[in-house]
Design a protein around this ligand. Structure first.
Ligand SMILES: Cc1ncc(COP(=O)(O)O)c(C=O)c1O
Length: 310
């Protein structure tokens, strides 16, 4: 909400552009073709959001620069910002295609809009810092963080260059405030978490544990002759059921969510708690060792077999 307000103030433009299936919190302008719970519950366009507000949000298809071009063409000079999860994790995990973020960045700059990378899930999870840094030529104006930087306590942050950040009150005219803004407990928990994440080997261990899990889940799909795929970026992954290639929200929606739900329950019976929706991500953590990963793969294999109702 604050990042969008800043972008609108900085550009003097009213519209924003988001991607189908991306989720950026539950503020009005962003509950349009939203991922996460909205996608799971079939309420991606929430009731209670006035048309006048939802109408200012243009929606493009993730991994499609052509659809972004179409939005810029439909609203010339009116789009303040493009907001994107660099690695979307709210339609399930859908990694960006080769050069997508770099080209999106160039396109956004060319049209005089700001690029906002929503790093709420990906920040400090995929590397020490922002995930966009792993992608050549991606050059966002604003970043959003949450989750990891609060060490499990409630937090949200916007970051950017001083010329944009100084537009915020009290220095500038863009208002932002909250009872818990800058909450010392959350900030301390975040600082301590970031100290742990600086220790050598953390991200390498996450990478190898997540790769082992993804390989094992792919093998389980293959051994059970199941249609499906495992998308992974670092420690984020999703096992999609019923689709072999998921690259955007449309292909994610074609997955067999009902069967995924049955698999979820079979896994839970075996003591494995994965996200309860096809449109969420598994987060491999530093607490997951080889034993936990292998137990998960074994349980997934059994769950796939137990739910095979062909
Ligand atoms: C990518 C992304 N952005 C923003 C948010 C919103 O964060 P919060 O729920 O803390 O407002 C979420 C929440 O899951 C998210 O996944």
């Amino acid at each position: 909400m604050t990042a969008l307000r800043l972008a609108r103030a900085a550009t003097g433009r009213p519209r924003i552009l988001k991607f189908d299936g991306c989720y950026h919190g539950h503020s009005d302008a962003l509950l349009v073709r939203a991922g996460s719970g909205g996608m799971t519950l079939g309420i991606a366009d929430s009731a209670g959001v006035p048309d006048a507000i939802a109408g200012l949000t243009a929606v493009a298809r993730y991994n499609s620069l052509a659809s972004v071009e179409q939005c810029f063409a439909a609203f010339p000079g009116e789009i303040a910002a493009v907001i994107v999860e660099p690695v979307p994790a709210n339609m399930g995990v859908v990694p960006p295609g080769e050069n997508f973020l770099g080209e999106l960045s160039a396109l956004t700059h060319r049209h005089g809009a700001l690029l906002i990378c929503d790093e709420v899930i990906t920040g400090f999870r995929l590397r020490y810092g922002a995930a966009y840094e792993s992608y050549r030529s991606a050059d966002p104006h604003l970043l959003m963080f949450g989750k990891v930087i609060g060490g499990g306590l409630p937090i949200g942050a916007v970051a950017g260059r001083a010329e944009l950040m100084d537009l915020l009150a009290p220095l500038g005219p863009v208002y932002q405030a909250g009872t818990l803004s800058g909450n010392p407990l959350s900030v301390r928990a975040g600082i301590e978490t970031l100290k742990i994440l600086r220790q050598p080997g953390i991200y390498e261990n996450l990478e190898s544990a997540a790769a082992r899990l993804a390989d094992g889940l792919r093998m389980a799909l293959r051994q059970n002759h199941q249609l499906g795929c495992v998308n992974r970026s670092g420690s984020l992954l999703t096992m999609f059921i019923g689709e072999n290639n998921v690259t955007d929200a449309e292909s994610a929606r074609r997955c067999d969510s009902k069967r995924f739900a049955r698999i979820f329950h079979r896994l839970l019976e075996r003591g494995i708690y994965v996200p309860p929706s096809q449109f969420e991500a598994m987060f491999v953590s530093i607490a997951h060792g080889k034993a936990e990963i292998d137990r998960t793969i074994e349980a997934a294999d059994e769950a796939l077999r137990a739910t095979d109702d062909r």
